[in-house]
Design a protein around this ligand. Structure first.
Ligand SMILES: NC(=O)c1ccc[n+]([C@@H]2O[C@H](COP(=O)([O-])OP(=O)(O)OC[C@H]3O[C@@H](n4cnc5c(N)ncnc54)[C@H](OP(=O)(O)O)[C@@H]3O)[C@@H](O)[C@H]2O)c1
Length: 262
């Protein structure tokens, strides 16, 4: 089975590398098209995929076509490919803020599925969201399976796609910024920066593992907070400085922004 990816930038290359190291695809059966020769050379060397600068040549080879170009480039790509797609070809868009119906305006006869992974796809640790007009359709289920090879994937209604983008894709940056703050605290207490970062990362992985089975996060917080101990002292100081409120405000600011992107 082959899959075509148009756009091998930040997100596209993460998806491609993740898929190339999965059991689902032989790397050479991943056909990558891009206008950037540099990106194509890099992805060919790093993932062993088939590359081309020609979008039409790329789409001719697969039934599933993943689009991972910037929103402003979408009209360019759609106008280029729309008259060359066969009716059974499925377009999977990772493009932020562009609805299924907007893409269907170019290709009314083709199935359009939206996928919102994040850049951890490269480590097969993405949180990906899949939406389509028909969530139980076999192609939608197949796409969910495909994104499961690069992390966790769930099918959601399209109305939740903007929220999914903020929580799942922007969320990577939010957590990394928190991790940097933890690192800076660690350095101030005496660790070297690389040690502090590695400690903060492992603590984050461990904290996530503790709630993987659905345990409420505050149950695990209680397990760490001895009465009158250092953890509650630290937590309360963070809350007096607005930690929870600041994170929610940041998430809602991102949500307002994405809801207004034209
Ligand atoms: N980064 C994320 O975490 C993330 C997460 C979720 C969704 N997204 C979405 O994913 C999409 C891609 O984002 P990105 O950050 O990966 O963008 P990017 O780094 O700019 O990559 C886009 C690639 O597409 C190439 N390109 C431009 N015009 C093209 C054309 N006509 N045909 C084929 N390729 C073309 C670009 O080449 P040039 O550089 O030469 O222009 C570039 O290599 C965006 O729509 C974004 O909203 C990103």
């Amino acid at each position: 089975m082959k899959v075509t990816v148009i756009g091998s930038g930040n997100l596209g290359s993460s998806i491609i590398k993740g898929l190339a190291s999965s059991d689902m695809f032989d790397p050479k059966d991943i056909i990558v098209a891009d206008k950037s020769k540099e990106n194509l050379n890099n992805i060919q060397q790093e993932a062993g995929v088939t590359v081309t600068e020609n979008n039409l040549e790329a789409i001719a080879q697969s039934r599933m076509i993943i689009l991972s170009v910037q929103p402003r480039i979408l009209p360019v790509v759609m106008n280029e490919i729309k008259d060359h797609l066969k009716e059974d070809q499925v377009v999977i868009s990772t493009i932020t803020g562009v609805s299924i119906s907007e893409i269907n305006e170019y290709i009314p006869s083709n199935k359009v599925i939206r996928a919102m992974p994040n850049t951890a796809a490269v480590k097969q640790a993405s949180m990906s969201f899949i939406c389509a007009n028909e969530l139980e359709d076999e192609d939608t289920i197949f796409v969910e399976k495909m994104f499961t090879t690069i992390g966790k994937a769930i099918r959601i209604e399209e109305r939740l796609m903007q929220a999914a983008t903020v929580l799942g894709a922007s969320g990577t940056a939010f957590f990394l910024r928190f991790l940097r703050a933890m690192t800076q605290g660690g350095v101030q207490m005496g660790f070297h920066p690389h040690e502090a970062q590695s400690i903060a990362a492992q603590v984050a992985i461990g904290a996530a593992a503790l709630i993987e089975d659905g345990t409420h996060a505050e149950v695990e917080v209680d397990n760490v907070t001895t009465p009158q101990g250092c953890t509650i002292e630290g937590l309360n100081a963070m809350e007096h400085n607005g930690l929870t409120s600041s994170v929610i405000k940041g998430i809602m600011a991102a949500y307002r922004r994405i809801s207004n992107i034209q």
